[in-house]
Design a protein around this ligand. Sequence first.
Ligand SMILES: [Zn+2]
Ligand SMILES: [Zn+2]
Length: 470
Amino acid sequence: MAAQLDLTLLEPHAGRLQRLLPDGNGAERAAYMLLGQAAVTTDPWSGGRRLRLVSHAWRDIDPGEMVSSSGNHVTWGTGGYMRLLSDAVAGGFVPALVHTHPGSTAFFSAQDDRNEAELARTARVKGTAGLVSLVLGGDGSVRARLWPADGGVPADMSWVQAVGGRFRRWPGAGQDPRDPDDHLERQGRLFGPGFNDMVRSLRVGVVGAGGTGSPTAMLLARLGIGRLLLVDKDVVDTTNLNRLHGSRRADAVAGLSKVQVLAREILGAELGVEVATHQGWVGDALARDMLKACDFVFGCTDDHSGRQLLNRLAYFYGIPVIDVGLRMAPARVGHAHDIVGRVTTLSPGRPCLICGGVVNPRRAAEEALERADPEEFQRRKAEAYVIGSGDPAPAVVTFTTEMASVAVNEMLAALTGFHGEAGMVPTRTRRFHVRDDRFLAVRQTDACPVCGTPSVWGRGDTDPFLDMIG
Ligand SMILES: [Zn+2]
Ligand SMILES: [Zn+2]
């Protein structure tokens, strides 16, 4: 099924949307939004263009502008709408109208067609990049469409998804039903008949194809994720063979890349998964389209600059990022082993990796220098001006694989709510050496330029990418 156009509602905005419904008299209600734009030039699986929109700001309609409303109509003044259009043009956002149909499932009525055609004409005159209309049905269902800037007919969104601790997705009209996958029947028995269709519709990125990334990718393929993206710059080395799922000694001898090996294994299993790969750094210009095209991204990388980038991606684009890390240290006199795994889930409204102390900004800057100017990096390292990454860290496959499972289970929690309606846990630490799990409350810093700054949430495309310099 083609997905040229979709819309993401961030949790704070999806919450506002649902609160439009329980109006005592069952009357229709309305509101506005501003949407960020994510233009995907080349979708890594289809090769086609896509436009993804993401909610940036919610605006209630000034009660003084409301004219009348009933169970099947709502009318309000246009002053707020004209301000919305001006702000959309000034900030590069797409304006959106939201209204409810409390007595039915979400659909566009003939009256909606007439009203919106007129409002879209006004938006065109103002010079916005089109106008989005979103309808919320009384059953909680959502439909959305884009009236294009060129005055053409409105285009239905392939999906609208609400993202946060949970991930909910409503398909647009006219999508081809697909045959159920026989090999996924047993998991459908646990999560219900809609689950397999949902995972098939997902595009999931795995950044880092090493100790945690390789089992993560394998698990996602077994779960029936429709499209996988694998990103890693490294080739297989003999010292990786203790933990890289799917790797063979011959791969190290042949110098195959980690993403090549994983793609071979996943495609060879014939599970109906489409695999796209990028052998390179996650911040490469080439990787940007690929990341923007994803519905979830797993951060399975050791590098601080890559983590820093994924951290921003989660907030700018409303793409949930599930970040995994491990720390292992051998026992020494007077101390037991120290073996700790961590999974952090990132989405607007939740604390980020910088607030969690997971990203070391100094190491991130050093890695950026090493990529841009390797000679200068080596010179500074020799003079001990840079910390560097030190000796290779210990790594044991059972621990890395277990944390990959914990990470993928957080995605399942988002899709199904299996461990609670709140869905994904913000941060979980597994201390293997003392047999416990901790759920530490990370404080969101008000001054944080990422998670504490709603003006970047759902911002979408910016120049430079993610407002990152260098
Ligand atoms: Zn309507
Ligand atoms: Zn933060």
